[in-house]
Design a protein around this ligand. Structure first.
Ligand SMILES: [Zn+2]
Length: 249
């Protein structure tokens, strides 16, 4: 059987038995896949050190119709996450971004946009962009790409155009206009609304270069977090680790 070849980014790996790894990876054309890398933990493995979280690779795999898990045949490293791992916050941010994408990417559903988001945000972390700005960007975009981010232009209740200040109503998980607002709606400060617009408009490196204040990044992340928890019904596993580290800087 001829292996399929594609670019991919490793989301996470699980050590299995003495020598093997189960690898979860994201591809542009085949979505999220799981594969066995036999012998990947051996000292002289042909896979080398390329099957690590957030490594960008060229992967060859064989799939059998009856099996959910493919067999990984070959791996060539394109980009390792190694330099960012020397920075603790950058490293935890990378883990959190991988978990975010892993949670929202659907198995076998080809989503090139989610792949590009993961690729560009990892690249930005490696280039030394502020980790929390990259995290906030990822959190907002993954909601957008999953169809969960409410409109920033029209009221979720009456569809009239929204004016500043934006108001977020948690009860309807959306932004409401002046007529539909209630006492429970949160007024979003204009600099936070501007930052949201910038996330929608610019690539991640450009957004990070705007050097938004810690307060704006905090507000963006709170908003994204409320939408995410409402949708998932729980928080991501690495959220608390990132929060404790970000808070202690
Ligand atoms: Zn309205």
């Amino acid at each position: 059987m001829k292996p399929k070849r594609t670019e991919a980014i490793v989301l996470h790996t699980i050590a299995v038995r003495e020598r093997d790894k189960l690898v979860v990876f994201l591809t542009p054309e085949h979505g999220k896949r799981k594969g066995w890398a036999y012998g990947a933990r051996g000292a002289r493995s042909r896979f080398g050190a390329s099957l690590e979280p957030l490594a960008k690779i060229n992967i060859g795999f064989i799939e059998k119709e009856s099996e959910e898990v493919v067999r990984i045949e070959s791996v060539d490293l394109i980009r390792s996450l190694f330099p960012a791992q020397q920075n603790l916050l950058g490293s935890i941010a990378a883990t959190y971004i991988a978990e975010t994408v892993d949670t929202f990417a659907i198995a076998d559903d080809p989503s090139e946009l989610i792949y590009r988001l993961l690729d560009r945000t990892t690249e930005a972390l490696l280039a030394g962009a502020t980790p929390l700005a990259v995290v906030a960007y990822t959190e907002v975009w993954i909601l957008r790409l999953s169809g969960i981010l409410p409109s920033l232009k029209n009221c979720i209740v009456c569809d009239q155009p929204l004016a500043r200040p934006l108001r977020y109503d948690a009860r309807v998980s959306g932004f409401v206009c002046e007529n539909c607002t209630t006492r429970d709606a949160d007024v979003i400060p204009n600099d936070v609304a501007d930052a949201l617009d910038a996330i929608m408009k610019f690539p991640v490196a450009e957004f990070a270069a705007r050097a938004e204040s810690d307060a704006v990044i905090f507000e963006l992340r709170s908003l994204a977090g409320a939408l995410r928890r409402h949708f998932l019904g729980h928080e991501l596993k690495s959220f608390d680790i990132l929060a404790s580290l970000a808070g202690s800087r």
